[in-house]
Design a protein around this ligand. Structure first.
Ligand code: FAD
Length: 344
């Protein structure tokens, strides 16, 4: 039985595992440092103050992704967000004209990741709370990878080590992948991601804003969404604000309250409505949020490494959930062919 380790249970890691799991002769273990699968498909869902603070919605263009999404819609894990979408420019509001469906996970964005991983539960070993800190070649003469790290539970940071993987798939953003691998791959280093500071705000009554999702052309804010307008969410008036890449970069060291105050003040100023104090607010700082330069290749396999070392993630093709899915899915297909010895 061949053993495959996947680092990261974001959309790319889950899509890769999903396809690999079709081969019952493979043992697949996914390690992820987070509490839940999903990565940047992230939601806060501990109480009424529920928010999607990473990806806001996603589109589906390839037949394969469309088919996966349509099954998830049947299962109730995904719905179309029939919001009112606009663009705020220095000339005022313009309605978005694109008719492309905007999908969201239900009851929160992370539900898409849970649905992608759900039917894998029996065939893969998904280990959340596992931060990988080192990957090394095993001392076995036929060549394998060892993966080690530490648990990230509140009650335990114990070390762990899993040995003898025939193939290692790294799905974390490229800077983190390079740090982990400690090797050099010129192609990997050509991609880049911008940061994003996200603010989550609840209000006691509806704000007089006619749009539910607003792309903003501004130096401070890039996006505002009425999270409570998405399907299957708790009642209320909740807004997620995303700062622009440049503002996020320049203000990455602000503390939580300073960042929240700045985002909220700018929101009311741009929307030209009376300022209302939020009843709840939280922030999240994404150091690697949106792909600004993609590799323009669906995945990477490091040919200089034996045993197999491969990389996938949204950064291969673009800043989209579907790009992450395609990358993981296409890498898995390539690995299955390689492991089966299919000539190319
Ligand atoms: C603020 C924001 C807004 C966005 N908006 C949209 C949008 O509206 N529409 C859209 O389509 N896309 C959007 N995106 C992009 C979308 O979220 C990503 O393209 C997609 O989720 C990337 O998936 P991935 O699997 O490639 O990477 P990730 O989701 O980053 O997965 C990587 C995983 O690796 C784990 N990891 C990292 N380091 C380690 C380690 N050392 N050990 C173990 N695990 C580790 C992480 O916990 C994570 O789960 C947005 C992203 C952000 C942040």
């Amino acid at each position: 039985m061949k053993r495959i380790a996947i680092i990261g249970s974001g959309v790319a890691g889950l899509a890769c595992a999903r396809r690999l799991a079709a081969d019952p002769s493979l043992e697949i273990i996914i390690f992820d440092k987070g509490r839940h699968p999903g990565g940047r498909l992230a939601s806060r869902d501990r109480d009424q103050n529920q928010f999607d603070y990473g990806a806001q919605y996603f589109t589906a263009r390839s037949p394969e992704f469309k088919s996966v999404i349509s099954k998830m819609m049947e299962a109730g894990a995904v719905e179309i967000w029939n919001g009112r979408f606009g663009r705020l420019t220095s000339d005022g509001f313009l309605a978005e004209t694109s008719q492309e469906a905007r999908y969201v996970g239900v009851p929160c964005m992370r539900s898409l990741a849970e649905a992608l991983g759900g039917d894998l539960a029996k065939s893969i070993d998904l280990r959340q709370h596992h931060r990988v800190t080192s990957i090394e070649k095993s001392d076995r003469s036929d060549g394998c990878w060892d993966v080690s790290g530490e648990l990230t539970r509140a009650d335990s940071t114990e070390p762990f080590k899993e040995k003898n993987f025939d193939c290692l798939v790294i799905t974390v953003p490229p800077v983190q992948a390079t740090e982990l691998w400690k090797g050099q791959n010129e192609k990997l280093e050509t991609s880049s991601l911008s940061p994003c500071i996200a603010g989550m705000f609840s209000f006691n009554s509806p704000l007089p804003i006619e749009y539910d999702g607003i792309r903003i052309e501004d130096s401070v804010l890039a996006w505002a969404a009425r999270d409570s307008s998405k399907p299957g969410r708790p009642a209320g008036e909740r807004w997620t604000l995303h700062a622009s890449p440049q503002w996020s970069q320049d203000n990455i060291t602000l503390n939580e309250q300073e960042a929240l105050d700045a985002l909220c003040a700018r929101f009311f100023q741009l929307l030209k409505i009376d300022v209302v104090a939020p009843s709840f607010s939280r922030y999240h700082r994404w150091r690697y949020a949106l792909v600004t330069r993609a590799l323009e290749t669906p995945f990477l396999i490091d040919k200089d490494n034996e045993p197999m070392l491969a990389f996938c993630g949204d950064y291969c093709e673009g800043a989209r959930v579907e790009a992450a899915f395609d990358s993981g899915n296409m890498l898995a297909k390539e690995l299955l062919d390689t492991l089966a010895g299919v000539p190319r």
